[in-house]
Write a protein of this length. Structure first.
Length: 352
């Protein structure tokens, strides 16, 4: 089968912007063995589309020691595909079009065929495109960030409103969580307003934590999809205390490009977040609650998100047209996601 392969870890987006280095980092191979030995809980799908997320960037940078794969490996974990071997599944049959993710084994998506876990798959609803289905993973993250922490009537601030998670979070907060007011930070004012944001703060012009209106009438929830910049410390100025119900949801864990390339760095990264959780629980009278968003119950959340997409109450915004299944297409996809300035989801079209 044909597949994109990664041959060494890379710095993104800079390494792929140097033409002389691309061939050593990425290639397309037409003789990669098709998955044949399926485990009991696996199905084989023909991949139609694969979207990229910050998790894929972390993977190809080699920043997560527990995710390292032998070279060359096939990148991509979020796909939409057609079942070609249901392997005795009670819930799926051959020719079903499904959405799935490889979760903590973020490889295999940029290929003609992929083995997926039955428990991580859901049927693509009628009327939803293959590209949008493959791109729904960020909406799953947004669903967990919003629905578990935002209550009806809450005032919500979303940092990074035009990215994959942020653009979905706007819609979910307004339509499904019934937030009374949603402000976002973004340079894409028209896009965010179209999605339902009540106020768009252009971060090039205004520091959101200095807005006097929000210092007087504080937010109930701040959802950080960006990371870095001491945003939790700055959020204290515009976010209610924990005793008042104020919650800071750290989707990225404070760092959009975490370095967990050694066991010590893993302990340091997660230890910092755990310390924040404990410290803010002890200081609820003066500080907002700090909540890191860990992956959980993704299969259930994926089904709910796809239902919303099928109903038309959630739209996945794509960053331009789907990219081609070529080295050039994969390169552009990783550059866009690695820059952290994608306006919507970045997707590669694998097949018709």
């Amino acid at each position: 089968m044909k597949a994109i392969q990664v041959h060494q870890f890379m710095d993104l987006p800079s390494s792929l912007q140097e033409d002389g280095k691309v061939d050593a980092l990425l290639s397309i191979n037409g003789d990669v063995p098709k998955p044949t030995s399926l485990k009991k809980n696996q199905m084989l799908v023909r991949v139609l589309a694969c979207s990229l997320s910050p998790g894929d960037v972390i993977m190809v940078q080699g920043n997560m020691i527990f995710m390292h794969q032998p070279f060359p490996f096939i990148p991509g974990m979020d796909i939409c595909g057609e079942v070609v071997d249901s392997n005795g599944s009670a819930n799926f049959k051959n020719d079903d079009v499904v959405v799935a993710s490889n979760g903590l084994s973020p490889v295999g998506g940029m290929a003609e065929f992929m083995a997926i876990d039955m428990g991580e798959a859901a049927i693509l609803p009628h009327g939803v495109s293959r590209e949008q289905g493959a791109s729904s993973s960020s909406a799953v993250t947004a669903r967990n960030a919003v629905m578990d922490y935002v209550k009806a009537g809450d005032r919500v601030l979303i940092l990074g409103g035009s990215g994959g998670v942020g653009s979905a979070a706007i819609q979910i907060a307004k339509t499904h969580a019934k937030a009374s007011f949603v402000a976002v930070t973004s340079t894409q004012l028209d896009l965010c307003e179209e999605l339902g944001a009540d106020r768009v703060i252009n971060y090039n012009d205004v520091d959101w934590w200095t807005v006097e209106e929000y210092q007087r009438k504080k937010f109930d929830v701040v959802i950080d999809t960006v990371g870095g910049g001491n945003f939790y410390g700055r959020a204290e100025k515009v976010l209610k205390t924990g005793k008042e119900g104020g919650t800071f949801v750290a989707v990225t864990g404070d760092d959009p490009q975490p370095d967990c390339s050694t066991a010590w760095k893993v302990m340091k990264f997660f230890g910092y977040m755990l310390t924040n959780v404990i410290y803010t629980k002890l200081k609820t009278r003066t500080l907002p609650n700090y909540v890191p968003l860990y992956p959980y119950d993704l299969a259930k959340s994926r089904k709910e998100v796809l239902e919303w997409m099928g109903q038309g109450t959630l739209t996945i915004k794509l960053d331009g047209d789907p990219l081609p299944f070529t080295v050039a297409g994969a390169r552009e996809a990783f550059i866009k996601v690695g820059s952290h300035h994608a306006h919507g989801k970045v997707v590669v079209k694998i097949a018709e």
